[in-house]
Design a protein around this ligand. Structure first.
Ligand SMILES: NC(=O)c1ccc[n+]([C@@H]2O[C@H](COP(=O)([O-])OP(=O)(O)OC[C@H]3O[C@@H](n4cnc5c(N)ncnc54)[C@H](OP(=O)(O)O)[C@@H]3O)[C@@H](O)[C@H]2O)c1
Length: 254
């Protein structure tokens, strides 16, 4: 069978894979964890302080017949990301699918942004994804299979409404994606980033703040399930790597 034929017949689902989803106690992460579990992955549902929310995500996965465990830790510390991976691997085995989704988005202007808030945002939104990738990708590469997805934001392209610290942290993920994807593509590890615009029913945008819809060509905010749907198809597909893919109702022409 030629390699093209093999690629066509390979089972691309995440069935039996071990996935770590950070920020799974939040709005988008909840939808991501459930989508991965429905595709057959065993999911480590990670939280920062929202243990109860993470437990209820894991319970709903288990109620649907899936496999999930809860893992927790503060990703703003330098050793937090490595400890989180260790906890996930102790409970489920080697992480094969990393969805680095946890993020901080406190709104600030250039004038009122403190150096402490800048550093904290960069630690959670950029350093932690780097450390998670550094801890997991070499093992994925050795085993010949891995999926990494970083949660970016349209803010990385257009600035956005949160502030310069947030936009800069998300833009950094794009450089990380390109650096890692090209290095590890030949060993079966894909690395991509997803850049949503305004997603409703999340901790960052609670409820459906309709006043923001006017900025969006589609005239509505996105839903966590729509982000999860696209994330899953990127994670399943072995031929998509080194991409930053937008899901933004048409705000930013790609
Ligand atoms: N909502 C949007 O409009 C939007 C748009 C573009 C991109 N995004 C990105 O999407 C991702 C998910 O955000 P969301 O919209 O779902 O908001 P969310 O509901 O507020 O979720 C944020 C998640 O990040 C986790 N987190 C924050 N700080 C952490 C820390 N120090 N250690 C560990 N975990 C931490 C939170 O965990 P705990 O609550 O358990 O601490 C929570 O699960 C973020 O990266 C965000 O930047 C969101």
């Amino acid at each position: 069978m030629s390699s093209e034929d093999k690629a066509e017949t390979t089972e691309h689902s995440l069935r039996g894979r071990v996935a770590l989803v950070t920020g799974a106690s939040g709005g988008i992460g909840h939808a991501l964890a459930r989508a991965l579990a429905r595709d057959g992955a065993a999911v480590a549902v990670a939280y920062g302080i929202g243990r109860q929310a993470a437990e209820s995500v894991a319970d709903s996965i288990i109620a649907e017949g899936g496999r999930a465990v809860v893992v927790g830790g503060d990703l703003s510390s330098a050793d937090g990301p490595v400890r989180l991976v260790q906890e996930a691997e102790k409970k489920l085995g080697p992480v094969e699918v990393l969805v680095s989704n946890a993020g901080r988005g406190e709104r600030h202007t250039l004038e009122d942004l403190t150096v402490e808030e800048f550093d904290r945002t960069l630690a959670i939104n950029l350093r932690a994804p780097f450390l998670l990738a550094q801890r997991t990708i070499p093992d994925m590469s050795e085993r010949g299979y891995g999926r990494v997805l970083f949660m970016s934001s349209t803010a990385a392209f257009i600035g956005g409404i949160v502030g310069p610290h947030y936009a800069a942290s998300k833009a950094g993920l794009h450089g990380l994606t390109h650096s890692l994807a090209s290095r590890f593509a030949s060993s079966g590890v894909t690395v991509n980033a997803l850049a949503p615009a305004l997603i409703a029913n999340t901790g960052m945008l609670p409820g459906m703040p309709e006043q923001l819809s006017a900025q969006i060509p589609l005239r509505r905010l996105g839903q966590p399930a729509e982000v999860a749907d696209l994330a899953l198809s990127i994670l399943r597909n072995p031929y998509v790597t080194n991409q930053v893919i937008s899901i933004d109702g048409g705000i930013h022409p790609g």
